[in-house]
Structure formats: C-alpha cells, structure tokens
Design a protein around this ligand. Structure first.
Ligand code: PFF
Length: 461
C-alpha cells in the first residue's frame, strides 16, 4: 500500500536534476569562491577535488542507496534497516537538519532576491560601497539593520519555496529543477565570459586554477573538507529522500556520479565568475580575497559597478544565484515534508502546512537577529550564524557518522554493494569500501572538532 502512495521521480533525469539542484546552491556560488580565495586559490581547488571524488562520493552513494533500499526518508530508513534505539537518533538528526536549515537559508535567499530586485529596477549602483571613504557603511549592513526589509524578503523567498512544495514531487520540484538547472548553467557561463575578459582578470584565473603548493596548510584541508560536505548536500536527509523516490531500475552509480560532477563543475564555474572579477577590481588585494562571506554581497557589487554592463551582469548573476538557492531550499523542505508524511502519517498538504509554519517562525527569528533581536547572541553568534553552526558543524557530522555506523555495523557494506550493483557496475567499489571503513569517520571527526573549536575561538579557520 505504502509503495503505491509514495511519490517517485519520472525517471533518471528527475533524480539527477533534483539532486543536482539540491547540491548546487549558495554553497557553490557564495561559499566556495570566498573559501578558495582565502585558502590559496589553486591549492584549495586541488584538495577539494580529491576529497569530493573520494569521501564526498562515498557519502552520496551511501545515502542514496540506503534511501532506495528502504524506500524511506531518513528516520524510516534507519528503522527499516534495523538500527537499534540509540542509532535511530542518527536518523532523526539527519531528518531534523533541513528543518533548521530552510529558515535561515531562506533569509539569505531573501537577500539574493533583494539584490536581484535592485538590479532589475536600475538601482544596482546603490549596492556598491564608496571604497575611497573608510567610514562608509555598506548597503549590505544598512539592509541587514532593517527589520521590515529582512522579514519581508525572507517571507517572499520562503513562500516561493513552499508553493513549489505544495505542487508536489513531479509538478513541483522535478519541473522546477528541469527548468532552472539548465538556465543556471547558461547564465553562469555568460558571467564567466564577462568576468575573465575584464582587464587584469587573467591573474585571478591563474590564482584560482594553478596550485601553489607553498600555500598549502592543514587548514586548507579542513576548510575543503567542510565545504565539500556542505556543497554535496549530505547528512541533511535529502539524498535518502530522493533515493527513496528513485525507481528500482535507475542506475545509482551513473546518477550519483552526475550529481557529483555537476556540483563540482558549478563550484569551479563560480570560482571563475568571482575570483577573476575581484582581481580585475584591485589586483587581488589580500583584504578583498580574505573578505569571507561578504565577498558576494559587498565586493561583487563593487566589481559590477566599476565595470561595463554592471546592471545587466548584476541581473544575470543574482538571477542564477536565486535559481540555485531555490532548488536547494525546495529540496531541503521536501526532505522534511517527506519525514513528516512517513513518520506522523500526515497528508502531504498537512505536512507542508506544518513545515511552512516552522519555517516562518524560525526564519523570522533569524531575520530579526541582525536588527530588533541583535542583542540575542548564542555562543557569541547572531541567530542566523548560530543555526548555521548548529546544523553544519555539529548535527551534520554527527548525522553522517550515524549513517556510516549504520552501514558498517547493521546493514553491512556488502548489502550496499548488492543494491548498487542491481543496476550499476560500481567502478569505484574498492575505493568506496576503503574510504568508508578507514577514513570517513576520521574525516567527520576532524570537521566536527575543528569547527567547534573555531566557533569557540580556540583556533581560527
Ligand atoms: N548544498 C546546497 C548548497 O551548497 O547550498 C544546500 C545546502 C547546504 C544548504 C548546506 C544549506 C546548508 F547548510
């Protein structure tokens, strides 16, 4: 009975585009370039690629296969796979993560919408900051300070996400991904062409693509590890859920490899959109390269403002970021709706309403954390940053460790192998086993420990 009710993707393309849509998000376009800029360019890219092809791939295929094998979202999957009481908590952690992420992710999605709107109405120049004046307050800071703006744009983005969820798997998430993902690729190639042809940009291309081994440090590995985890959308229930919507005749290996490659290519393309443009602006000044999260919301508008076609390129750029953010946020919301449907036996509409309520509530808190509620700090973090820390640095590594224990101790690797080999050759099988048995938990503990120490101010990444 249940099987009949469960939604499915129409075929392989549905899974690939929806999973790639979930992976390609703000992580690729906003986070990857600023980390690459900060951690030495080419060497960061080099380390990232190795990690994505080994550890990242291992996580993607593990979760997707568990989802397809059990036909359940994470909580049900842990139960059905035979996890004991304690280990089942791991299933819940994987399931709850997206409920905590969608609200704050939608606040950032709201910022993207605001910037897109500003470029469309021709006010893009207001987004740039007067760099000759050291006391100038950036547009971004003023924008964060306004509670009405923050809540308004957040609600707009969140509503957009939830409308797609109400439309269902095939009409909502699958259709939206099929349209948005190809458009995203075309737009990003246009922006890359613009960026790398600016005078002085070629130095940025070299900085980003050619590894300079003297810039290698332990922190390069730690940052790349965390980013890879964030970018591939592992440990947030999504791949379990999408795996459970995957038909039994779909080639798991082939589909997951496509997701891995697509996500990585978009990260590289994003590096090429952002880093050369920043070099063209000021020759790759150390301070701009190390700007961190504000690279996209403060530095990039300055780049667009100071060069030709600023308005047009601003529209293209923020439109593609908006698409990327939307497909990710829809995937996150889908994952939690699916858990509510499975575990509390709610109808899709009821589950979606419940999720909308939580998202609105938590999101408003995050949006107000920069203004009306700015006195509230948790571990010295703004509310939004706290949710980001709690999910990415604490819950996700623990959730992923639970997945690995589930496979090694309960399900057994051989069963995963069998499920994958129902439809695939499983070319990286040996690598998969080695990473899973000997490296994955260590990598995850490194992410967990370093990011907690970083947030507590004991080390600095
Ligand atoms: N993988 C997506 C991204 O790179 O943006 C989705 C995502 C990852 C959302 C991590 C939120 C998050 F905390």
């Amino acid at each position: 009975m249940e099987k009949k009710k469960r939604s499915t993707f129409s075929g392989r393309v549905g899974f690939v585009l929806a999973a790639a849509g979930s992976a390609v998000g703000l992580g690729n376009i906003w986070r990857f370039p600023y980390l690459a800029a900060k951690y030495g360019g080419g060497i960061f890219l080099f380390v990232y690629l190795i990690l994505a092809a080994t550890f990242g791939y291992t996580m993607i295929i593990s979760e997707t296969t568990l989802g397809r094998m059990t036909q359940k979202s994470p909580v049900g999957a842990f139960k059905k796979a035979g996890a004991g009481k304690t280990l089942r908590i791991g299933g819940w952690i994987n399931a709850i993560v997206p409920l905590l992420i969608v609200p704050y992710y939608s606040v950032i999605g709201g910022w993207v919408l605001k910037y897109l709107f500003m470029y469309i109405v021709g006010d893009g120049d207001e987004l740039a900051t007067d760099m000759s004046n050291p006391n100038a307050v950036s547009f971004f800071e003023r924008f964060l300070g306004s509670s009405t703006e923050q809540v308004g744009w957040f609600l707009l983005f969140a509503t957009f996400t939830m409308v797609i969820i109400f439309l269902g798997v095939r009409n909502g998430i699958e259709k939206v991904s099929k349209f948005m993902m190809p458009v995203l690729v075309i737009l990003s190639i246009m922006v890359v062409v613009y960026s790398v042809t600016r005078p002085g940009a070629i130095e940025g291309v070299k900085y980003f693509l050619i590894p300079n081994f003297s810039k290698f440090s332990w922190m390069t590995v730690v940052a790349a590890l965390g980013q890879m985890f964030y970018s591939l959308s592992v440990a947030m229930g999504i791949l379990y859920t999408f795996g459970s919507y995957m038909k039994k005749d779909v080639d798991i290996e082939n589909s997951t490899v496509k997701v891995e490659i697509f996500d990585t290519l978009i990260a590289i393309i994003s590096g090429l959109m952002v880093i050369p443009a920043v070099f063209a602006l000021n020759g790759g000044q150390e301070t701009t390269l190390k700007a961190g999260p504000s690279l996209m919301f403060i530095s990039l508008p300055n780049v667009f403002d100071s060069m030709g076609f600023g308005r047009g390129i601003g529209i293209l750029f923020f439109l593609l970021v908006f698409f990327a953010a939307t497909t990710s946020s829809v995937a996150l919301a889908e994952s939690i709706v699916s858990t509510f449907e499975d575990e509390f036996h709610l109808s899709r509409v009821k589950a979606s309403l419940l999720v909308s309520f939580f998202v609105a509530l938590l999101g408003i808190f995050s949006a107000l954390g920069f203004n009306d509620l700015s006195s509230i700090k948790i571990l010295n973090l703004d509310i939004l940053d706290f949710f980001d820390f709690l999910t990415n640095s604490v819950m996700m590594p623990i959730g992923a460790i639970a997945t690995i224990i589930l496979i090694l101790k309960v399900v057994k690797i051989e069963k995963i192998e069998e499920e994958v080999m129902l439809t695939s050759k499983f070319r990286r099988k040996d690598m998969y086993k080695i990473v899973l048995k000997y490296f994955a938990i260590i990598f995850l503990l490194i992410i967990l420990v370093t990011s907690v120490l970083n947030t507590l101010g004991i080390i600095s990444i």
